[in-house]
Design a protein around this ligand. Sequence first.
Ligand code: ZN
Length: 282
Amino acid sequence: MVEHASWEEVKRFKKFIEKNRNDLIVGVGGGRVLDVSKLAGGETGIPFLSVPTTLSNDGIYSPVAVISFEDGIKSVQTELPLGIVIDVEVIKSAPGIYLLAGVGDLIANMSALKDWELAESEGREKLERIAYLISRDAVESFVEFASNGYDVHSPIFIERLSDGLLASGISMAIAGTSRPASGSEHLISHALDKILEKPLPHGIQTGMATLFTECLRGEDISLLKKTMEKLGFPASPEEVGIKKETFLKAVELGPETRKGRFTILDITGRKEWEEAYKKAFE
Ligand SMILES: [Zn+2]
């Protein structure tokens, strides 16, 4: 049993694996379990098989483990899982909010890719074209599919959502960075994690923040918003108990949560944020 997604837990499992000379690690559960077993595998050089019980984020098949250390939560780059088993019957019984969180973490790629392009055009980073295309295709084809509106518990929806999240994880593995799936919208979510007493599922926060950052870039989000609403995704931060001021505070603090990740938040300010909030949610 994994208690917390912490470095302490990773060390505990590492010891266990080394003592028992296991040759395969099978992680069965949600994000916390997968993150710990994934990193324990990476640290010991033992292959890891991912068996998610929900599809709440793209960590189900990515080379990144989100782990808390003494000095804060970090995204640690590690090995891509050896494979993944998705049991539709199991996923079907996950609460809808977690499947919507998976949607939110996938659509975040839309925003992340534009931040990556921005960082490249500013000469700060090199964009990895193949990873970029895989991530873009994952999110675009998913949004096109989902625009018809689906019950998030239907097998076809679960299949398409897993496909998208898997491709997202693969794009991160190819890029060697979380860039194709994590930009300004993730920075806002990280800040919300710090500010809110009870943060919402990661993907709900990143999905919401994507609507905001897309408006900040002047994109037309009407179709995206309609699609998300059809699925049951919350329409605004206020709807899930986050006040406008709290959200804008997270926008301001976002860049602090991951220094060096150049995004749209670095070239905009309070006035633009207010306008984008209005466009996205009011
Ligand atoms: Zn994410």
